[in-house]
Design a protein around this ligand. Sequence first.
Ligand SMILES: C[S@@+](CC[C@H](N)C(=O)[O-])C[C@H]1O[C@@H](n2cnc3c(N)ncnc32)[C@H](O)[C@@H]1O
Length: 284
Amino acid sequence: MRKDKPSNTAYKVAMNIITLGAKPGMEKVLPPGIVEATEQLLLASGVAGATSIRWSRSRRMVSVYEAFDWMMPGQFEAFAHRKAFCERQVRDGIGAGATQVLVLGAGYDTMGWRLAPEFAGVNFFEIDRPATALLKTKGIKAMGQRDNLHLIPEDLGMRKLVDVLKANQSWDQTAQIVIAAEGLLMYLPPEAVRDLFFQCAAIAGTGSRIAFTYIGTGADGRPDAGRWTGLVLWILKVTGEPWLWSIRPEELDRFLEETGWTNAPELAGSTGRKGVEFFGVARR
Ligand SMILES: C[S@@+](CC[C@H](N)C(=O)[O-])C[C@H]1O[C@@H](n2cnc3c(N)ncnc32)[C@H](O)[C@@H]1O
């Protein structure tokens, strides 16, 4: 992932969401308003033009995605489930008393912008590398700023999460929070993932939760993308966005315990694997 350029994977996820909006039946899975808000954001930020958006929301594009689904079976639709999973976690977490939501590696995700007016008493924070976050800030300004949505342009590889949040005047260090790390962890080196969970534990009050997605480790020790793992990993590497971290689901309990969390599959609802990703939830 080039650090000085807007994230290509964030762009791909956003375009995927728009195309999923054109697939019959996906409206039952996708969070309400997500397709329209994503289109608006990509246009307003200049991340995508009207022609690409129009093409993305066509049935023909659905067929293109489906034609390539053999490489990572189920992954096209999995993005809809992933978005629904994170939003469910955030809504449930707020329902259980959280007053802050922190989205790590937020990319062009629109959850904060969509939910901020509905939950006026909750502060939403998003962190992404400056190149991506600044483009998004431009888009959000054009779409309508939310007083309780805070976009923070920071590279978490360069500055500690704890320090980033301490420096933010709106951040309440004692609050119960929900953290979302969607489609992020596989791109970080193992030591950075461990450190990130430690830091998240340090900023999360009792009752907080973290929702995340991850890639499982295969029998050969590599991130497991299914039958075509070798090809997928090679493509990711040559396109500059290699997967660096994965974990076996049966090792998650221990990893979370060691980093200050308790695995909470009971909070996750329908977890398990969707496409090539697993969904996880842990609590403090
Ligand atoms: C695959 S995208 C996912 C975006 C979003 N979570 C979604 O699912 O729509 C991964 C995001 O993580 C961000 N990211 C990766 N490493 C990061 C770092 N060290 N600090 C902050 N953001 C990072 C990228 O810029 C990118 O926007």
